[in-house]
Ligand binder design. Sequence first.
Ligand code: NAD
Length: 372
Amino acid sequence: MSYFEDEIFSKKDNFGLFEVMNVAKHEQIVYCCDPSVGLKAIIAIHSTALGPSLGGCRMWNYESEKEALIDVLRLSKGMTYKAAVAGLNLGGGKSVIIGDPKKDKSEALFRSFGRFVESLGGRYITAEDVGTNTNDMEYVRMETKHVTGISRALGGSGDPSPMTAYGVFQGMKACVEELYNTNSLKGKKITIQGLGQVGQALLELLYKEGAELYITDLDSNLTERLAQKYNAKAISVNDIFKIEGDIYAPCALGGTINDNSLKNFGYKIVAGSANNQLEDEIKHGNILKEMNILYAPDYVINAGGLINVWNELQGYNKAKAMKEVENIYNILKNIFKIAKNENIPTNLASNRLAEKRIELLSNLRRFYLKNS
Ligand code: NAD
């Protein structure tokens, strides 16, 4: 979603915050400052049309406040779309804490952040994200109940990564069904890029299914070790687009679908957990379509973790959460159908699906308010 930068920031030196909020229709931006504990945070609520906004708290050493603002605006809008397509009664929000997660964390900082979350009265629910973890969220929990992703020991749903991986696994099945008329991944040649929390859980699921696996991570020792354990072929980070296969599963960083990687792209499907996989949403979504490469939109296929924390809010039941995560299969099939019928890229089809649901429920809410 580069339009934040293109349309606002790079063209004008003096942007107004209301103008920025109008670009993607953000409802509220909250700047949180507590010098006594070194807290500088921004909470962005993109939409509460479907329910309270939910999205993780990212802690990152941003180079500037502008960079932090762009990130939180972009991420919070993404959460609205993710919740809408997943069929959850949640809106989209996100928060960022400006600081180095290796050096600047303290109980006081997260408790202060928790008090800001509490002051929003439930309009924003936080969770862990890049740079934060369940321990940090337990400090937040001391000040507010509007937090998810708490450890199993404290009655929460724990680390959401295995559920994210399970959702990606289901999404891959929907993709192969679309191309090969079978939803089995047995014998399918699949490359996993990134062997972190999600990548490793996905690797295990695919190994059990009998897929032909190629794996890579920045940590080559880890790659070798996991290759042995799961009978996979370890490849170097730079060779990922030199080989051909059925599925490319980006489970590391965003932006890997770009002009470079698409030059000699040898996979038929893109299906992985990474956020913001398309460097340019419109341009690279179109190119994938023209090249007949099936793309499982990132925020649809990686919604398993969000569905899991949504279940935590209802009183956690793992079996129920897994059933709901399995529905990612049907959601993707529906998106592929819309894309085919309307002859549009799959990422555009999922955006339209999200916008339709938000509009429908906003109209319903307006109707009830008017008539109550
Ligand atoms: P993680 O930090 O545990 O793992 C990421 C892994 O990618 C690390 O092992 C890292 O070494 C590796 N990596 C980084 N750059 C690489 C490269 N160029 N080539 C190969 N490997 C590389 O992260 P995670 O929790 O497993 O999440 C993976 C992705 O999925 C992230 O983009 C994350 O935002 C997204 N995601 C995660 C969840 C979740 O529940 N954890 C939910 C939704 C989306």
